[in-house]
Design a protein around this ligand. Structure first.
Ligand code: NAD
Length: 464
């Protein structure tokens, strides 16, 4: 397709990156630091242009883009520039055995080599740049493959990143399935993939052919458990914000609510009230509300919504202008296990609400399904919070708010089981792209200590 990287150029790109890595260009920490500062500059100087591109791709409100993508990308590039020397430092170990102390045993962190980063469309900046920050910090060369479903952003990245970062070390390839399939034929030293778990399996199998290590950042249905002690109004406000941000197209979006039956009417009233306060003129007239990314995703959402046996109590309408791909934030109640809304990750502004009789039932419901990226808990009861944390499995837990587990730079982010493996953000991103090399350096002068190991063996030599 026009604008895509010609498939015949992919080998050239791969071998070019290999050659660059072979020269050692990317290894000095001072060089890495400089590239990280350049990355921050790239984002800062091009934020407006990229906001325009993302608005064309996703209808994402500029303020949302600046808050969730630009500021995090700048801040994290700068933190990495500041901390990379510390992360990359060898770690000395102190052996317990006295006779090993003189060997200078240490762990060095060496770059894996030439790595591949494959990103999706929903947060196109952070999902490309966050792993890239890790790869640069680690001293690797990298090929970025942004999503064809966010073509304006991806094209901007491909055409402008090289004005800031060394284009011999960092490249961007544009394309869809055929281009990515060709890219995956090469022997990468690490593959960092973010996207859906169906494609995650394709990536993992392609990587397995070369025994290439991978990080898989996948999706899931993140449940929201609301118990009878929750602050209903504030919980509703925060949950709704989590569902309408990026029109629900976030890997960590609250996917569905499990609410104790006794608080359901109050929760619904609070959700409706908050909805009206977010969009007094309705969501389609609001410049604070995005849209569904593509016709294929519109069809998918129409399908799940059309098959639900639940009752739509608010929203559910599509924007009249077909091209706008808008779906109102949609609340659905009386949703029972087995409903279409509870099968796959929704990845859209639909909020099914399932009534449960008890906390145990909610925990049982979560545990009967794939492990999610996040478990959200809304409760004022410390015992209930502890019980849910101790009896469920997820990549992270956020209590009484949404997304704040992502806001803390020092926390690792990632999934477990079906929601993926590996961790990212700052030092955790760096860790993906280095391997730990154990090193000893034994003085020749220690030779008298080692006589027992050499043949011919005598009985005395293995007396303990
Ligand atoms: P997408 O369709 O853009 O695909 C992601 C990448 O995979 C793209 O670069 C695409 O070109 C490539 N790809 C698609 N099909 C391929 C194939 N057959 N072979 C090789 N490569 C292929 O994005 P998506 O998958 O729709 O993204 C949304 C999903 O990603 C959701 O499930 C979401 O939860 C998940 N996600 C996870 C995280 C996380 O950090 N865990 C973050 C964002 C999104």
């Amino acid at each position: 397709m026009a604008g895509y990287t010609p498939i015949c150029e992919i080998p050239k790109i791969y071998h070019g990156l290999k050659e660059t890595f072979g020269t050692g260009l990317t290894k000095p920490v001072s060089w890495r630091r400089c590239q990280l500062l350049q990355l921050a500059r790239f984002v800062k100087e091009n934020a407006d242009a990229m906001a325009d591109a993302v608005a064309l791709d996703l209808g994402k409100p500029k303020q949302e883009f600046m808050m969730t993508e630009v500021s995090a990308s700048i801040e994290r590039s700068l933190i990495a520039a500041d901390q990379v020397a510390e992360w990359a430092k060898p770690e000395a170990v102190t052996p317990a055995k006295e006779w090993q102390k003189g060997w200078n045993p240490r762990i060095e962190k060496h770059p894996k080599g030439v790595v591949l980063i494959i990103a999706p469309w929903n947060y196109p900046m952070v999902l490309n740049l966050q792993p890239l920050i890790g790869a640069i910090s680690a001293g690797c060369c990298a090929l970025l493959k942004p999503s064809e479903i966010a073509p304006h952003f991806s094209s901007f990245l491909a055409h402008n990143l090289g004005n800031y970062l060394d284009p011999n070390a960092y490249r961007v390839a544009l394309g869809g399935v055929p281009e990515t399939t060709r890219i995956l034929e090469f022997k990468w030293d690490h593959i960092f993939y973010t996207g859906n778990s169906r494609v995650g399996r394709i990536i993992a199998s392609a990587a397995a052919k070369h025994l290439t290590p991978t990080t898989l950042e996948l999706g899931s249905k993140s449940p929201v458990i609301v118990d009878s002690t929750a602050d209903i109004q504030l919980s509703a406000r925060r949950i709704l914000w989590g569902k309408v941000t990026n029109a629900g197209q976030i890997c960590v979006a609250p996917d569905y609510i499990l609410a104790e039956r006794s608080i359901l009417p109050a929760l619904l009233d609070a959700l409706k009230e908050e909805y009206r306060s977010f969009y007094p003129e309705g969501p389609f007239k609001s410049s604070s509300y995005g849209r569904i990314v593509s016709d294929a995703h519109v069809e998918r959402l129409k399908g799940v919504l059309g098959r639900t046996n639940g009752q739509i109590v608010l929203g559910g309408k599509w924007s009249e202008d077909q091209g706008k791909r808008g779906l109102e934030p949609t609340f659905v109640v009386d949703v029972k296990p087995g409903d279409s809304l509870l099968e796959e990750e929704l990845f859209g502004p639909i909020l099914p609400i399932v009534a449960v009789e008890s906390l145990d039932e909610a925990i049982g419901y979560v545990n009967a399904r794939n492990h999610p990226l996040v478990v959200y808990i809304f409760s004022s009861d410390e015992g209930n919070k502890r019980k849910i944390i101790d009896n469920t499995v997820s990549g992270s837990v956020a209590v009484n708010d949404v997304f704040f587990q992502l806001a803390v730079n020092e926390l690792p982010f990632g999934g477990v089981g079906e929601s993926g493996y590996g961790r990212q953000v700052l030092k955790y991103s760096f860790d993906n792209f280095v391997y730990l090399r154990s090193i000893t350096d034994t003085p020749y002068a220690d030779e008298p200590n080692f006589q027992a190991r050499y043949p011919p063996y005598t009985k005395e030599s293995y007396d303990l």
